[in-house]
Design a protein around this ligand. Structure first.
Ligand code: AMP
Length: 282
């Protein structure tokens, strides 16, 4: 059955009544697209009950970021999810207010520290990953999923969540699924709708640059890849970062590292577009 919960108390009560049911959780901020739906489909395939949360989490936005204008399209989201659920047990948790999640007096924060958050988006968005880790912890605590699904699109986020789960012995498996792209190659994102058609075409520069760097690494090694990444970044000030890191701990890569991530942010006006590619060398 397809059920929508807008109150935490109702959602918690329903969850407490469930026993011995395998549960997949897909945390989202709504404005769903094919990227989110790929996570939902995987959860449907692997679990008896799928729970999708839709919550634009204020604590992961900085003071000058797009919290107020972030697209909120609950009706469309529910239609998409109802269709994707095709009659299976499916719950949507869409808290009706911020206070459902953060009641008066809320005072706790989860901080994943060190290299995982001191690079890439960490320094550019102070407090962002604390906001993400805290809300994801909360969603795990109230949904008690067996598996939670995240997109590789937010690669650093997946590393932070996996580390939190490991460090705090949380009883959940984290499943990370590939980036879903538009036909052009542009990584799907709710923020793409801030772009004009022209900006969308220009935004492809990010994906093309990641691919060029990946080819350079494979053909000529990490050093050449690093040189190309810094050259491309120097040539276009819209790149907030364009980096190659070892993909487990997000350390600066050494020549022995075989699993790498090339991660970039391109700023189109006020909009930050994220993308990344994983590269394995041997
Ligand atoms: P968001 O609603 O943007 O917070 O995203 C919710 C989840 O969907 C996160 O785990 C994202 O990484 C994932 N996601 C967003 N865009 C994509 C995409 N293009 N492909 C795959 N997963 C995605």
């Amino acid at each position: 059955m397809f059920k929508v919960f807008t109150q935490l108390s109702e959602f918690k009560k329903a969850r407490e009544e469930l026993h011995n049911v395998s549960i997949g959780l897909v945390p989202t901020m709504g404005n769903l697209h094919a990227g989110h739906i790929s996570l939902v489909k995987k959860s449907l395939a692997e679990n008896e009950l799928t729970i999708v949360s839709i919550f634009v989490n204020p604590t992961q936005f900085g003071p000058n970021e797009d919290f107020d204008k972030y697209p909120r399209t609950l009706e469309d989201d529910l239609n998409l999810l109802r269709e994707a659920s095709s009659g299976r047990d499916f719950w949507v948790f869409a808290p009706k207010s911020i206070e459902e999640i953060y009641p008066k007096g809320f005072s706790t924060q989860i901080a994943v520290q060190g290299e995982l958050t001191s690079k890439l988006c960490g320094p550019i968005r102070p407090g962002h990953f604390e906001g993400v880790a805290t809300v994801v912890y909360l969603l795990f605590a109230i949904s008690k999923p067996n598996v939670a699904y995240f997109g590789q699109k937010d690669f650093q986020q997946t590393r932070v969540i996996k580390r939190m789960v490991r460090d705090l012995f949380l009883p959940v498996t984290i499943s990370v699924l590939p980036i879903i792209r538009e036909d052009s190659g542009l990584a799907m994102s709710s923020r793409n709708q801030y772009l004009t058609a022209e900006q969308k075409a220009e935004a492809l520069k990010l994906y093309h640059s990641l691919k060029k760097i990946a080819e350079e690494i494979k053909a000529c090694g990490i050093e050449k890849g690093l040189a190309l990444a810094s050259q491309l970044k120097r040539e276009d000030s819209r790149f907030e970062y364009l980096e190659i890191l070892e993909s487990e701990d997000l350390k600066v890569p050494s020549p022995q590292d075989q699993k790498l991530v090339i991660a970039g942010v391109l700023k189109m006006g006020q909009t930050r577009l994220l993308d990344n590619l994983l590269v394995e060398i041997n």
